[in-house]
Write a protein that binds this ligand. Structure first.
Ligand SMILES: NC(=O)c1ccc[n+]([C@@H]2O[C@H](COP(=O)([O-])OP(=O)(O)OC[C@H]3O[C@@H](n4cnc5c(N)ncnc54)[C@H](OP(=O)(O)O)[C@@H]3O)[C@@H](O)[C@H]2O)c1
Length: 363
């Protein structure tokens, strides 16, 4: 089958991480690659559309060993069903989800065929097209992991849709609301009954409000944290959907009044104030398998069975949540060019040219 496969060796990956730039030429190419074979608990998916994430190019540039299939977010149709999965899936069913791309030779989304655990995927409702379905991958499941698992906010399917927001609703601060992760986090936090305070560039203000933000501030203003604290002095929980540069400092300053918890999507800096705690989440723990980056020397991550259960629960609830528009996809930009479009789209992400939405490639 055709697939986007990683090339670099350990030394060039370590050099890329140390020097902060790609060493030794493009780290992935479109190649012929063996089709995955499935276990009785898995399904094989013919991939029709993929959504692009920053983690895809980060894996290409630094993390992926040679010979791994890149890509996490997909939509397509079931091509083969493992013996234990036949109660849930049939050949031809439309299916979408996220897989742990970039670390395994047989488990990535940028491929003609991918395999996934049969309970870690969701059925696409008839009125949702493949491009929209593909966007409910890494960004969506990270929002769920952050809010429902780590911060214990109520789950979307338990929430009463259309309910008036309570005057006394607690506030949550979501830094970088216009990222894909941010747009899903805003939606799930609003559903959970929280008042959502976020940041974005002025060109994204209307966008984040249309996804449910109650208040939005420009993260480039020097006094942004003071302005937020003045209006929302009681914030105790925050999610940093950018997690680079000044973001940790701004989040800490928003939390310092009462103390509280900041969930970050990239490794956090040390908290600046007493009573403020930082915790990193990683979507990859949702897949229920231990893994290691930059083996044999790099960090090891244990399997977290409760995270896996959370992903199965979220994807089981998603068809209804998406069908009745309780949870919406981010704005979509279709990247033309099929397989080549994946690589040009990743270059756009790499150079920070994507704002307020998701790049999707149809294969
Ligand atoms: N730990 C995990 O499991 C996990 C999961 C998902 C994502 N992530 C990481 O989280 C980050 C966001 O991912 P994503 O896919 O959601 O991003 P994305 O959609 O590609 O982010 C694009 C947005 O970034 C915003 N932005 C650019 N520079 C900024 C800055 N200096 N401060 C604040 N916002 C800025 C822009 O907002 P404006 O146009 O409004 O300026 C733009 O809309 C990436 O680093 C990604 O690798 C981690």
């Amino acid at each position: 089958m055709r697939a986007v496969v990683s090339k670099p060796h350990l030394l060039s990956r370590i050099a890329s991480i140390t020097l902060g730039k790609t060493i030794g030429g493009p780290g992935a190419s479109i190649q012929d690659h063996p089709e995955p074979t499935i276990s009785p608990d898995e399904i094989l998916v013919r991939v029709r559309a993929v959504a692009l994430n920053p983690t895809d190019y980060k894996h290409i540039d630094a993390v992926s060993p040679p010979g791994c299939v890149i890509g996490c977010d997909y939509a397509g149709e079931v091509a083969q069903v493992g013996g234990n999965a036949a109660k849930t899936w049939a050949v031809g069913d439309r299916v979408a989800g996220a897989v742990h791309g970039g670390l395994f030779p047989d488990r990535g989304a940028f491929a003609e065929y991918l395999k996934t655990d049969s309970d870690l995927a969701w059925k696409i409702p008839a009125d949702i097209d493949d491009a929209a379905a593909a966007t409910f991958g890494v960004s969506a499941v990270t929002a769920m992991l952050t809010l429902n698992v780590r911060l214990h906010l109520p789950w979307a399917e338990e929430c009463k849709v259309g309910q008036e927001q309570q005057q006394s609703a607690p506030a949550i601060f979501i830094y970088a609301g216009s990222t894909s992760a941010g747009l899903f986090t805003i939606q799930l936090a609003r559903l959970a009954g929280y008042t959502v305070v976020t940041t974005a560039s002025p060109h994204s203000f209307d966008l984040v409000k249309s996804y449910g933000a109650n208040a939005v501030f420009n993260y480039r203003d020097d006094n942004v944290a003071d302005a937020i604290v003045k209006e929302y002095p009681d914030i105790r929980v925050a999610v940093d959907c950018f997690s680079e540069g000044k973001s940790f400092g701004i989040c800490d300053a928003v939390l310092k009044n009462k103390g509280g918890r900041l969930i970050t999507l990239l490794p956090p800096a040390k908290p600046k104030y007493p009573g403020v705690e930082h915790e990193l989440v990683m979507a990859y723990t949702l897949f229920g398998r231990s893994f290691q980056w930059l083996a044999p020397f790099g960090p090891k991550f244990p399997a977290l069975p409760d995270d896996r259960k959370a992903l199965a629960r979220f994807y089981a609830s998603l068809p209804e949540l998406v069908s009745n528009k309780t949870v919406r996809p981010p704005p979509i930009t279709l990247e033309e060019g099929s397989w080549d479009g994946i690589l040009t789209g990743l270059d756009k992400l790499r150079s920070g040219k994507v704002s307020g939405g998701k790049l999707v490639v149809k294969l």
